[in-house]
Design a binder for this molecule. Structure first.
Ligand SMILES: Nc1nc2c(ncn2[C@@H]2O[C@H](COP(=O)(O)OP(=O)(O)O)[C@@H](O)[C@H]2O)c(=O)[nH]1
Ligand SMILES: [Mg+2]
Length: 248
């Protein structure tokens, strides 16, 4: 089924910011209030999807929930992957009738200051991407190999999959509810980092109106990256699987 774009400009009155977390205790305590500060005027709430972090991430979130009912917690029994964490968040956004679902990393790499511009961009499209690779965007203090990995994945996505978006691995995105409702989640097979590329490929092919707004990406503030060699290997495997599907 061809998705129909839902890109007419609209007001955004409720936003669900989805924060996937795995051991982000060093960050969430400050990040969640910062998000609510910037996106509060758009009726934002924050949903933390935590995969049984051993460092007390969920306890910190529960502490914040005592004084702010705009914070929600979805706990899963173990590390089930970034992609499925996003899907759990999207399902909740649909259940709650949020106008917009925003995804962002829980480590301050995605600066909450960019939220108003991202939300505004989504008003005029189906999906908005906080992009490092458009004019005004960039990456600071990331190790060379991470920059290389990111540009390599983007280059491959563009050349072998024909993806048009400049930053197809950015997890800082906003999706309009009417568009999320049309997506067949069972047709998306990636469960890890490559979920972002797969979802964007599906959306582009189905004619989504995608807007990119510049972000300055910075290295995580506290804690460690969860991206592993196995995850990178799997992501490149996904690229080839998708390429095979495009040609098939
Ligand atoms: N719930 C959940 N979150 C995850 C998982 N893997 C990574 N994350 C979160 O996804 C975001 C991006 O992960 P990160 O380690 O910063 O990746 P990097 O920025 O590519 O190094 C962070 O908020 C992580 O806590 C997972 O398996 N489950
Ligand atoms: Mg990170």
């Amino acid at each position: 089924m061809k998705h129909s774009p839902v890109s007419e400009a609209s007001t955004i009155q409720s936003v669900l910011v989805i924060l996937p977390t795995y051991n982000e205790a060093a960050n969430v305590g400050e990040l969640i209030p910062a998000i609510l500060d910037k996106a509060g005027p758009y009726g934002a709430r924050v949903l933390v999807v935590d995969d049984h972090s051993a460092d007390g991430t969920a306890d910190i979130v529960r502490g914040l929930m005592e004084t702010d009912d705009r914070i929600l917690l979805h706990e899963r029994p173990g590390k089930l992957g970034l992609g499925t964490a996003y899907v759990a968040g999207f399902r909740r956004a649909l259940d709650e009738q949020a106008d917009l679902a925003v995804t962002m990393d829980a480590d301050f790499s995605h600066n909450p200051d960019h939220l108003p511009a991202l939300i505004e961009a989504a008003r005029h499209g189906d999906i908005a991407i906080g992009s490092r690779y458009v004019q005004g965007g960039g990456i600071s203090n990331w190790p060379f190999y991470r920059k290389l990995l990111s540009s390599g994945a983007n280059l491959l996505a563009r050349t072998i999959l024909g993806v048009r978006s400049r930053d197809c691995t950015s997890g800082y995105r906003a999706y309009r509810r009417a568009y999320l409702e049309q997506i067949d989640w069972d047709a998306i097979h990636s469960d890890g980092y490559s979920f972002l590329i797969e979802l964007l490929t599906v959306c582009e092919r189905r004619g989504a109106v995608i807007r990119e707004t510049p972000i300055q990406f910075v290295d995580r503030r506290g804690g460690d990256s969860k991206i592993s060699k196995a995850e990178i290997f799997k992501a490149f495997g996904t690229l080839w699987r998708l390429a095979w599907r495009v040609r098939g």
